[in-house]
Design a protein around this ligand. Structure first.
Ligand SMILES: *Cc1c(COP(=O)(O)O)cnc(C)c1O
Length: 402
């Protein structure tokens, strides 16, 4: 199909939740490269917003999906599922969790986390503990409970009444958090690095204080690792950077390299609150998604992708730091591993993103002044060099105009 026909169809039949999208339709990819309907080539520095962990058409992932599809795509969790049991085992053996539950998306994983925190205290005969404290500018999803958990007014305003039992506190402000805790609080839920609001990390000191507070007040600590998990930050899970273990953490985006999946992971004592009938999912943990997840877990280990994320993240940061003195538009960089935010000194993020797109380079923007880079973990130095060169050219052109 021609691009203009696709756009026409979209405008006529699809709900207008994305407005004017970037005018391109990709047909296929290989590694970091993507091609569109006009056969133009792009370099994917956004990886489907941290989803395409292994890039595009990774042979091991393709093979796993093909083999599983030929055997069995779906069967109900009424029955035992081999790949589901194996992916759960792999996640438990490589994390602080003892048990896993699979859903189909990040929002669903977080929904499960909120349910688990509430049921845990109900079954401990402490029904007054139901309130979840989250951070301002967080992002936890778009279902009713997870949009309520999301500490951003713009996600709330048209959907009131919200789900009761949520409170928001500013990032890295421990005094405000300690103040917000009451006898009703059951959990504190946070992203180790806020992704959707501009790549803002929680400080190590804050996390240590939060862990101590959770212990003192008998609260559960929930880490939303939907974006930071699966090697993205240079550790398999970002909580490892802080030397702590959350009671519950959630995964989704990169977990199956692009096949929809979400995972709710928890310590035994907490997970035990879920008994038969308390939670479920039709598609969650089906053979296809879990086989894809296993292929991703294997590739992360076999191809050394955690180490690569750390090394390439450092390399990209060095290269961006080298660009900084040359370009007044770059204010600084934030993030960990291959989760990178470039803070601009002016509201030029969308213009820069568009100019990079014209050069065949895909990045994201957050608000008006942050460029977001989330490449597949298979990225190599040469691909970072091309990105840096393109950014250098775009910034040079723009600074001439100012
Ligand atoms: C993307 C994201 C979600 C929501 O995931 P969906 O799969 O879109 O429901 C939740 N939390 C974080 C931190 C995310 O980055």
């Amino acid at each position: 199909m021609k691009l203009n026909e696709i756009i026409e169809n979209d405008k006529k039949y699809y709900m207008n939740t994305f407005g004017n999208r970037i005018p391109v339709c990709f047909t296929h990819g290989k590694g970091l490269r993507l091609w569109d309907t006009e056969d133009r080539e792009y370099s994917d520095m956004l990886g489907g917003i941290a989803v395409n962990l292994l890039g595009h058409a990774h042979p091991a992932l393709v093979q796993a999906i093909r083999e599983q599809a030929e055997k069995l795509i779906h069967c109900s969790s009424l029955y035992y599922i081999e790949s589901q049991s194996l992916l759960a085992k792999a996640l438990v053996e490589n994390s602080c969790a003892d048990r896993v539950f699979f859903g189909n998306s990040g929002a669903e994983a977080n929904e499960g986390a909120i349910k688990l925190a509430r049921i845990y205290f109900k079954k401990k005969n402490m029904p007054q503990k139901y309130e979840v404290i989250t951070l301002q500018n967080s992002f936890h999803g778009r279902t009713m409970a997870t949009l309520t958990a999301t500490g951003q007014e713009k996600f709330h305003k048209y959907f009131t009444p919200l789900v009761p039992g949520f409170k928001y506190v500013p990032l890295n402000d421990f005094a405000a958090l300690a103040d917000a805790v009451s006898e009703n609080t059951c959990a504190i839920m946070l992203e180790p690095i806020q992704g959707e609001s501009g790549v803002n990390p929680v400080s190590s000191e804050y996390v240590q204080n939060v862990v101590r507070l959770c212990r003192e007040k008998e609260l559960l600590l929930i880490f939303d690792e939907i974006q930071t998990g699966m090697g993205r930050t240079g550790k398999l899970f970002a909580y490892e950077h802080y030397g702590i273990e959350p009671d519950i953490f959630t995964l989704a985006k990169g977990l199956a390299g692009g096949v929809p999946i979400g995972a709710l992971c928890a310590k035994e004592q907490v997970a035990a609150a879920f008994e038969p009938g308390d939670h479920g999912s039709t598609f969650g943990g089906n053979p296809l998604a879990c086989s894809a997840g296993l292929a991703v877990m294997n590739a992360i280990e076999k191809d050394g992708l955690i180490e690569n994320a750390e090394l390439m993240g450092k390399y990209m940061k060095e290269k961006l730091d080298e660009l900084k003195p040359k370009h007044s538009l770059i204010n600084g960089t934030r993030g960990m591993g291959l989760m990178v935010g470039i803070q601009l000194s002016a509201d030029k993020a969308i213009a820069i993103k568009n100019a990079l797109f014209e050069k065949g380079m895909l990045v994201g923007s957050v608000g008006a002044s942050v460029i977001r880079v989330l490449p597949p973990l298979i990225i190599k130095e040469a691909e970072i060099d091309s990105f840096i060169a393109a950014l250098d050219e775009v910034l040079t052109g723009m600074e001439k105009e100012i």
